[in-house]
Structure formats: structure tokens, C-alpha cells
Design a protein around this ligand. Structure first.
Ligand code: G3P
Ligand code: CA
Length: 258
């Protein structure tokens, strides 16, 4: 693990997903090769109670259109039968949708994982069991989610793990105002007892003042998804705890240059 000058953690978004098919073991292995500090992956609960790693609501895109299964309506066997690497490049043909435990097993002793929950609170108990079974230390695991109820339940039921609330922003075309407002973000952080905020890299919203208000609330500040080097430098200068990127090696290199 290589520390940057500002000590931002470099998080590989869906693995090193610029170079390898997102949310596959190939992508996570590539992230560690690129010396990411952490990997980020997306997780759903299957119909038969397994936790699988995929991003979209269905398998359509990552199977190149071959199958359109929703994880909650499919069994592990049905999902594992699908090929999810070739859409990116034929050299990745044969990649399968990984299980949570397989992704956790890639994490080295000095690495971390951001487990993004993509479904609802029904995953919380199986997730707790899955995480507690792994050989990783609690400080190596961070749960992240856009759903405030999931964050709240994770903080209550497995307080040994950090759980960060994620938000993106929408602009009202008439007023020009962005939502949620900082006040609303702060409310959600307080109500969920989130350990941090994972904010979308929306430069119009994420200003020095914005970061100050989040910091003053006593929580961590993380940003996703930054693939542009100049933008990464801006977020580093704002003092973010981590920068999530599809290109961990390139962004680390850019930040080391200063
Ligand atoms: O790290 C948070 C980020 O991954 C959320 O966006 O759509 O890429 O899962 P998404
Ligand atoms: Ca994600």
C-alpha cells in the first residue's frame, strides 16, 4: 500500500474497472496489482440468500445481452451460469459473478474493501453473517449505501464496521438549486449515525465550505468516481479521506506528481 502525500486512500471502483470487467475477480485482482489501497464492489442478495457482486439491477449489460436476470429473482446457480467478462474484452471471457466471500478473500492484510449494498435492508442480516465469517479485521471493511435505512440498520446491527451514506445530486432546472441540500445531507448523516459521507464528485456542490460543514459534523469525507487527473487533484486538495476511481494506478500517479 503506497500512501499519497495527502494520505488519501485510493479506492478501485468496481475493481480496476477501466482495465478489467467491473465487479469480477479479474477486476479486483487488477486493482491490487495497481496498488489500490481498497476495492469497492456492489452487492445484492439472491433469491436463495447468497450475496453476489454486480452493479446493475439486471445482468443484461454485463452478459452482453445474453440474459436479463434480477438478482432477487434468481438463484445463485442461475447467476453463476452467466459469463460476465467478454462484454469488456474477449480476453476476460469466462469471468463469473463473484460471491461476497470470494471478493473478501482477495483483500490483502493491508487492504480494505468498500462493500456497497445495492438492495434493501433484507441484506443486512446475511451481510453481517458473511462479513463476520471472513478473516478480515473489522477495520478493513466499510459498508456504503445510498439507502439511509440500510446504513442505519448496519450501524445498529454491526457497529464494528464503518457504514457510510452515499449521495448524488440533482439540479432543479428552474431554480438552479441542487438537492439534497447540505442541511439535508447533515440530517441524514445524523439520523443514520453514518461514519462518513460518500459524495458524488459534483464540483458545483462539493466546495471548501461543503467539506467544512461535513467535517464539522465529525464524519469522514469520501468521493466517487474520479477518473480525471485534474479533478482528482482538486479533491485531494479539499482533504478527502478517499478517492474512488476506475483507474487506481493513474490517479495515484497523478496525485504523487502533485
Ligand atoms: O462508491 C460509490 C459509487 O460506486 C456509487 O455509484 O453507481 O458506481 O455504484 P455506482
Ligand atoms: Ca458502487
Amino acid at each position: 500500500m503506497v500512501a499519497t502525500s495527502e494520505a488519501q486512500m485510493i479506492v478501485a471502483h468496481r475493481g480496476a474497472s477501466f482495465d478489467a470487467p467491473e465487479n469480477t475477480l479479474a477486476s479486483f485482482q487488477e486493482a491490487w496489482k495497481q496498488k489500490a489501497d481498497a476495492i469497492e464492489g456492489d452487492f445484492y442478495l439472491t433469491k436463495d440468500g447468497h450475496i453476489v457482486c454486480m452493479h446493475d439491477k439486471t445482468t443484461k449489460r454485463t452478459t452482453g445481452g445474453a440474459a436479463e436476470l434480477k438478482p432477487a429473482d434468481a438463484t445463485l446457480e442461475q447467476l453463476r451460469a452467466l459469463e460476465v467478462g467478454a462484454w469488456k474484452n474477449d480476453k476476460f471471457s469466462g469471468e463469473r459473478i463473484p460471491l461476497l466471500e470470494e471478493v473478501l478473500a482477495t483483500v490483502p492484510q493491508n487492504g480494505k474493501i468498500l462493500v456497497e449494498v445495492k438492495c434493501g435492508p433484507e441484506i443486512v442480516e446475511p451481510l453481517r453473517v458473511g462479513l463476520e465469517k471472513s478473516s478480515l479485521k473489522p477495520e478493513q471493511i466499510v459498508i456504503i449505501c445510498f439507502d439511509d435505512e440500510v446504513v442505519k440498520q448496519c450501524r445498529e446491527k454491526m457497529p464494528q464496521y464503518k457504514a457510510n451514506w452515499l449521495t448524488s445530486y440533482k439540479q432543479n432546472p428552474e431554480t438552479g438549486k441542487w438537492s439534497p441540500s447540505v442541511k439535508s445531507v447533515l440530517n441524514t448523516l445524523r439520523e443514520t449515525k453514518a461514519t462518513g459521507l460518500g459524495t458524488q464528485a459534483r464540483d458545483e456542490v462539493v466546495t471548501v465550505e461543503f467539506v467544512k460543514q461535513i467535517r464539522d459534523a465529525g464524519v469522514e469525507c469520501h468521493v466517487w468516481t474520479v477518473n480525471d487527473e485534474a479533478q482528482a487533484k482538486r479533491y485531494a486538495s479539499l482533504g478527502f479521506d478517499s478517492i474512488t476511481t476506475d483507474k487506481p494506478a493513474a490517479i495515484r500517479h497523478a496525485l504523487a506528481e502533485g
